[in-house]
Design a protein around this ligand. Structure first.
Ligand code: GLA
Length: 459
């Protein structure tokens, strides 16, 4: 199951306000574009951090003599282009977004970890020297797995108390689980004070997801969450792990449309695509000695390569090879300010995912079609693993209000409502910085009040 599946944080809004409330209003106003907006952004993060700190104090008390309460955050991501290429060691172009998982954390003197999830209203407790899979609280396995991988690699972890909250919609293809893993790693690093460089952190979080949670994902989500840069997408070479920020056009907004479709099919279909790519490489190795992954095939070699593959694998290989090429061309187009060309590449990417890789669904196709008919939309495509979840749209800032007003109504006219698990949503996003400690002003830190624990609190 890729980490787009509906299993991490439910899209709770209690800590952050309703999805249609102030947050959305703000992003349509000043600071809504992908450029400056920094002032608003930091205020928003501080506000979330302050509220989470208060929730922490309510849960665990103000002063346990174990040092200060820190607040860390790790963003979700949206992939702009380069889909199903990361596990083929190819190229991707995601952006970290202004929806994140936030953790308030304080160290302990023993090796115990206590975690309370505000989204689930559940608490767990475990010892750092005995971390095992928790079938009753699946959300906690992202925290457990990350700490286990860090512990196994020799990181000098400390016990911690944590309160976790997130506003990355779950199961939407926006990497809520990578955000939880990365936020956990940042919290552990901040509390225990060990060194862990960004790429290494991302790889360890991916390992947690692969080996502990048991989800076969590539590296894109964790890299974007750790290394994202405000106003930029991240061009990642998934073979060398080199990352370069690519500036996004200031007068355009990233608008995410959640189709409302959540498919259980996703797990097995994702794993099947991974193994089809591996199988294609295995067959090609007989003819191309130094091929390691589909990344090694150039577009001009496709006719020859396709001839050597059974029909079922041809289309898969074709998608991966041409998608890698599209990512490189997208980076070039964005760097030269050719937004329309980038938009066309997004549209081509969607068609390829629909027709060659076969990971789209009628609802994602309908959402893309409806979006592209709205003036001011430069490009639209499905994003993430597919079979449901979201589309990503590049919309001119002057057209965002009209887009928000019309896109869902038109979408709902085209789809079968009985196939929707959730109400479709529109999120106007900004490209954000990657994970880190949220700096709180000293006066704000002191505002946490001692209030009685909420009813049902375990500790
Ligand atoms: C999921 C995985 C990513 C990537 C995408 C498809 O989101 O977690 O690693 O493979 O699917 O591009």
């Amino acid at each position: 199951m890729p980490n787009d599946a509906p299993r991490a944080h439910a899209g709770h809004e209690s800590l952050y306000g309703s999805p249609g409330g102030a947050r959305r209003g703000c992003v349509s106003g000043p600071g809504a574009n992908l450029g400056p907006g920094a002032r608003w952004r930091h205020q928003d993060q501080e506000e979330k951090a302050r509220r989470l700190r208060s929730a922490f104090v309510a849960m665990y008390g103000e002063d346990a003599g174990c040092g200060e309460i820190l607040v860390v955050r790790a963003p979700g991501r949206v992939n702009l282009i380069g889909e199903h290429t990361d596990y083929n060691e190819g190229f991707v172009l995601p952006a970290a977004i202004d929806r994140d998982v936030t953790i308030a954390v304080r160290g302990r003197r023993d090796g115990i970890v206590r975690v309370h999830s505000l989204n689930y209203g559940e608490s767990v407790k475990f010892a750092l020297d005995h971390i095992s899979y928790d079938h009753d609280h699946p959300w906690s396995n992202y925290v457990r797995g990350t700490l286990k991988v860090l512990a196994d690699s020799g990181a000098p972890l400390r016990g911690m108390d944590m309160v976790v909250a997130g506003d990355v919609p779950a199961g939407a293809g926006l990497s809520s689980s990578a955000a939880l893993e990365v936020a956990t790693a940042v919290a552990a690093r901040a509390v225990a004070g060990f060194d862990l460089e960004g790429r290494d952190m991302a790889l360890k979080c991916q390992r947690a997801e692969n080996s502990f949670v048991g989800v076969n994902c590539g590296i894109m989500d964790q890299f974007a969450s750790v290394l994202g840069k405000a106003g930029h997408a991240l061009f990642i070479d998934c073979r060398t792990y080199e990352c370069e920020p690519v500036p996004l056009p200031e007068e355009y907004c990233i608008v995410i449309c959640d189709s409302g479709v959540r498919r259980g099919l996703q797990d097995s279909a994702y794993n099947l695509r991974c193994s089809q790519c591996e199988e294609a490489v295995r067959l090609l190795r007989r003819h191309i000695a130094d091929i390691r992954t589909l990344r090694d095939v150039l577009p001009e070699e496709l006719p020859d390569v396709e001839r050597r593959l059974p029909e079922a694998l041809r289309a898969r290989a074709r998608h991966v090879v041409l998608e890698n090429d599209r990512v490189e061309r997208s980076v070039d187009a964005l760097r030269s300010g050719r937004v329309d060309e980038f938009g066309r590449l997004m549209v081509d990417s969607h068609a390829s995912l629909r027709d060659l890789y076969e990971v789209s669904c009628p609802e994602l196709d309908a959402m893309v079609e409806v979006a592209l008919a709205i003036p001011g939309v430069a490009g639209a495509r499905m994003t993430g693993a597919g079979f449901g979840g979201c589309t990503v749209n590049l919309v001119h800032e002057d057209a965002v209000d009209e887009f928000q007003r019309t896109v869902l109504a038109r979408y709902l006219c085209k789809v079968n409502p009985s196939r929707l698990s959730l109400e479709p949503q529109v999120y106007v996003c900004r490209a954000e910085d990657g994970a880190g400690v949220v700096p709180l002003q000293p006066c704000e830190r002191d505002k946490g009040q001692r209030v009685p624990p909420p009813p049902g609190a375990v500790f």
